[in-house]
Design a protein around this ligand. Structure first.
Ligand code: PLP
Length: 382
C-alpha cells in the first residue's frame, strides 16, 4: 500500500463515519421529507447531523444549510449575496483563494460586478490596511479563506470579519481546509457565512454545509422543493449527511491530536532543510495549518518529483490538486512571488490524523535521494 501524504486533497472516510452512513443506504431509505415512519427516521438523521455540524462550528442548527461540496458553498455565498443585494456591486477577495473562487469572480465580473483581488506578501499574509482600504459603501461581500490549501497559511479571520462589520460589509470565510485541523468558531470569529466540505475531514465526498448567520439575507443557490428551509432544494443526501455529522463530531474529538501531526510536520521540514540544498518551505514564517508543507526545490520539475515519489510509493501533490497536470506554477505560488526556478519544483506534502512516525521516516529516507537523482539528470539544475 502506498503511503498517503495528500490529506489536503482529500481524506479517507473514518471507519466510524462509514458505520454511521451504512444504515441509511438500504435499510433506512426513507425520504426525509416523507410523512411516514421511514421518512421520520431519515428526517431524524438529518436533524442529528445538523446539530453535530452546528456544535463543531459553535453555531445554531438553524444556521446550517447542507449542500453538495465546498464549491457549492462558495457559489451559494457569492451568488446568493450578489442576488440579494442588487444595489451593491463590489466584491473583495484574495489572490490565494481556491480556484473555484476565482472562477466565481470571473462570473461576477461577467454579470457587471467589480471584484477587487487583494495580494499577499511573500509569506502568503494579507495586509489588513489594504483590506480596510478596499472596503467601500457599495461593497457587498469580503471573502477570505481561513486556511490556504497549498501553503496552509492561516488568515486572521476574526480581524477580517471585524473590519468588514465596521464597514457594513458581509464577511464570508472558506473554512474548507481549516475544519478538523484548527479550531473554528463562527461566533468568536464573527463571520456571516462559512463553508465546509466533509471529504476534507474524514467524511464522505459530495457533502458540505454553508453556515448562514441568523439574519443574513441570502438568495438560494439551488431553487427547488423547499428543503433546507428553502435555502437549497433537492432531496436530502441522508447517508452523506449522517457521515458529515459523524465526521464533525470526530473532528472536534481529534483536534487535540493535531499537536502530534504538527510535531511530525515540523520534524519533516527540519530534516529536509538539513538534508537537501536549494529547498524552501513556502509560508514558513506565517501562522500555518499543523499538517501542511509546501516545499520548493530549485531547478526541479515538481511533476517529475511527484512521479518519482509515486513510483517509490508516496502520494503527494504539486500545489493544489486542481492544477496538477499544468506546467505553470499555481496562482498561489505566483501570488507569493516565489522565484520561478523554485516555483516550478514545488510539491505539497500534507499529513493527517492517520499519519505515522514510520511513514514520515520512510519519506525522509527517500526524498533527498530522489531530488539528487533528478538534479543529476539535468545539467542546468543546481
Ligand atoms: N476551498 C478550498 C480551500 C479547498 O481546498 C477546496 C478543495 O480542494 C474547495 C474549496 C472545494 O471543495 P470541494 O472539493 O468540496 O468542492
Amino acid at each position: 500500500m502506498a503511503v498517503y501524504l495528500d490529506y489536503n486533497a482529500t481524506t479517507p472516510c473514518a471507519p466510524e463515519v462509514v458505520e454511521a452512513m451504512l444504515p441509511w443506504f438500504a435499510e433506512r431509505y426513507g425520504n426525509a421529507g416523507s410523512a411516514h415512519a421511514l421518512g421520520h427516521l431519515s428526517d431524524g438523521a438529518v436533524v442529528a447531523a445538523r446539530a453535530q455540524v452546528a456544535a463543531l462550528l459553535g453555531a445554531d442548527p438553524a444556521e446550517i444549510a447542507f449542500n453538495g461540496c465546498g464549491t457549492e458553498g462558495l457559489n451559494h455565498a457569492f451568488r446568493g449575496v450578489f442576488e440579494a443585494f442588487p444595489g451593491k456591486r463590489h466584491f473583495v477577495t484574495t489572490a490565494v483563494e481556491h480556484s473555484a473562487v476565482h472562477a466565481i469572480a470571473a462570473w461576477l465580473r461577467h454579470q457587471g460586478a467589480e471584484v477587487t483581488v487583494l495580494g499577499v506578501d511573500g509569506q502568503g499574509r494579507l495586509d489588513l490596511g489594504a483590506v480596510e482600504a478596499s472596503l467601500r459603501p457599495d461593497t457587498a461581500l469580503l471573502s477570505a479563506m481561513a486556511a490556504n490549501n497549498e501553503t496552509g497559511v492561516l488568515f486572521p479571520v476574526a480581524e477580517l470579519a471585524a473590519l468588514a462589520r465596521s464597514k457594513g460589509v458581509l464577511f464570508h470565510c472558506d473554512a474548507t481546509q481549516a475544519i478538523g485541523k484548527v479550531p473554528v468558531d463562527v461566533r468568536a470569529w464573527g463571520v456571516d457565512l462559512l463553508n465546509l466540505s466533509a471529504h476534507k475531514f474524514h467524511g464522505p465526498k459530495g457533502v458540505g454545509a454553508l453556515y448562514i448567520r441568523r439574519g443574513v439575507r441570502l438568495k438560494p443557490f439551488m431553487i427547488g422543493g423547499g428543503q433546507e428551509r428553502g435555502r437549497r432544494g433537492g432531496t436530502e443526501n441522508v447517508p452523506g449527511l449522517a457521515g458529515l455529522g459523524r465526521a464533525s463530531a470526530l473532528a472536534a474529538e481529534r483536534l487535540p491530536g493535531m499537536g502530534r501531526v504538527a510535531a511530525l510536520r515540523d520534524r519533516l521540514e527540519a530534516s529536509l532543510l538539513g538534508a537537501v540544498p536549494g529547498m524552501r518551505v513556502e509560508g514558513a514564517e506565517a501562522p500555518r495549518l499543523p499538517n501542511t508543507s509546501l516545499l520548493s526545490f530549485q531547478g526541479l520539475e515538481g511533476e517529475a518529483l511527484l512521479l518519482r515519489l509515486n513510483q517509490a510509493g508516496y502520494c503527494v501533490s504539486t500545489g493544489s490538486a486542481c492544477s496538477t497536470g499544468q506546467r505553470e506554477p499555481s496562482h498561489v505560488l505566483r501570488a507569493l512571488g516565489v522565484p520561478p526556478d523554485f516555483a516550478r519544483g514545488t510539491i505539497r506534502v500534507t499529513l493527517g490524523h492517520p499519519t505515522t512516525e514510520a511513514e514520515v521516516d520512510g519519506f525522509l529516507q527517500v526524498l533527498p535521494g530522489l531530488v539528487a537523482e533528478l538534479r543529476a539528470q539535468d545539467p542546468f539544475a543546481r
